[in-house]
Design a binder for this molecule. Structure first.
Ligand SMILES: *Cc1c(COP(=O)(O)O)cnc(C)c1O
Length: 408
């Protein structure tokens, strides 16, 4: 990254004030105005540099502007960017072939955002329940876990257990049953002949990187198999290398029937999501049943294919696993020194800070002043999810900044 400050006609303070007057207040951003980024580093309007330990909530697993992804996007910008699915495009087949190879599943339904992939998964599961399982019309149920985060549409927030996400947005769609996460007996009791699917995050990201007990995912797979319903794994945040494997379900060698991908699938460049599933499951969709104007566009497919190619090398998964040990070791060393608990897998951690030291927000603000970007999830929990391209030295410096902030 060059060191000359971005020539912005307005300062950070002016831009923040302007945003506050003309944008909806559905976010409470940290007071930093990013103007440029490369790899794990971002630079603000005044030229200050920050180490990005959030990585766009895992949308930037390969860092900012990864050269291979930027090159793929540039190449595609010069050819064709949008066709709509009214016509074929020359990039889509390769993208879906790559996803099948990467995931062990068969067929892809391309969408754009994570919430759309979740909505699409819900629609497919219901249609499958009526057409294949033989559930009575409009009776299909989907079992979800408390503490879930699957997106922000009205259907999805309707089965959220977060009051802030739900309140004021009803009435909500029926057909969902909420069970405690990491509780196989509760799941077993909730599935029946109406169950189309169990929809689950293999690790709950927004809840604070909540990792279920060993055996839970295997158990969920067994329960769904016995109940004759689908297992839908929402790997929008946990997937694509973050946890040290391509998918988080691989830690238990579980293959879901339906996999939801998003965030890093767009390489931090364009929104790209996908429902990747068994052939017989996605076969319930026929022309006219479902669609998206932008889903599967050639620019998204080109970037998505480049993401799949990066993951096919295994390098990022390996880095996440190896550096994950450094992260885990660093957090273990801070336990009792401001950290009261943490959960980590690969380059992904939820860190519970002693509330006496500060809220997650306050810790995030102090880290910002140390040149490290993180975000609180809720209460006194912060999430660490650096780009998988981070070096050991950079990771150690972020941990040192955390120690400094916690022990100051
Ligand atoms: C971010 C996220 C979503 C929603 O993705 P959007 O692109 O923001 O709609 C869904 N599920 C999980 C697990 C996520 O982390």
């Amino acid at each position: 990254m060059t060191t000359t400050p971005v020539r912005s006609p307005r300062s950070s303070t002016e831009l923040i004030r302007a945003e506050e007057s003309v944008l909806a207040h559905n976010y409470h951003p940290l007071p930093v105005v990013v103007a440029r980024a490369e790899g794990v580093w971002v630079e603000d309007v005044e030229g200050r540099r920050y180490l990005d330990m959030l990585a766009g909530y895992s949308a930037l697993n390969f860092g900012h502007r990864h050269p291979a992804l930027i090159a793929a996007a540039h190449r595609q910008l010069d050819e064709v960017t949008l066709t709509s699915r009214a016509f074929h495009n020359d990039r889509l087949a390769g993208f879906a072939e790559g996803l099948a190879e990467l995931t062990g599943l068969d067929v892809t339904l391309p969408m754009n955002t994570g919430a759309e992939a979740v909505e699409s998964g819900i629609k497919v599961a219901r249609k499958w329940a009526y057409e294949v399982k033989g559930v009575a019309p409009d009776r299909a149920t989907i079992v979800v876990a408390a503490g879930n985060f699957h997106g922000r549409t009205t259907t999805i927030v309707g089965f959220s257990s977060d009051a802030g996400a739900r309140n004021g947005f009803g009435p909500f769609a029926p057909g969902f049953r909420v069970v405690p996460y990491n509780d196989l007996a509760a799941l077993e009791a909730a599935v029946d002949e109406t169950t189309a699917a169990v929809l689950i995050e293999p690790i709950q990201g927004e809840a604070g990187v909540v990792i279920p007990d060993d055996g839970y995912l295997t158990g969920v797979r067994e329960v769904t198999r016995r109940a004759g319903c689908l297992l839908i794994a929402d790997e929008i945040q946990s997937g694509l290398g973050r946890t040290g494997t391509t998918l988080a379900v691989e830690h238990e060698s579980v293959l879901p029937d339906v996999l939801l991908l998003g965030k890093a699938l767009g390489g931090g460049i364009v929104p790209v999501s996908a429902v990747v599933a068994r052939r017989d499951v996605l076969a319930v969709l026929r022309p006219g049943d479902h669609g998206s104007t932008f889903g599967g566009n050639p620019l998204s497919a080109a970037v998505g294919s480049a993401v799949v190619e990066l993951l096919a090398t295994g390098e990022f998964q390996r880095r996440a696993a190896e550096l994950g040990e450094v992260l885990r070791g660093g957090l273990a060393a801070l336990t009792g020194k401001g950290v009261v608990g943490f959960r980590a897998r690969g380059l992904w951690a939820g860190v519970d800070v002693d509330p006496a030291i500060g809220t997650g927000r306050e810790i995030s603000e102090r880290l910002l002043h140390e040149g490290v970007l993180v975000k609180d999830t809720h209460g006194s929990t912060i999430r660490l999810a650096p780009p998988l391209t981070i070096t050991r030295e950079e990771l150690e410096s972020a941990l040192a900044s955390l120690e400094k902030v916690l022990t100051a």
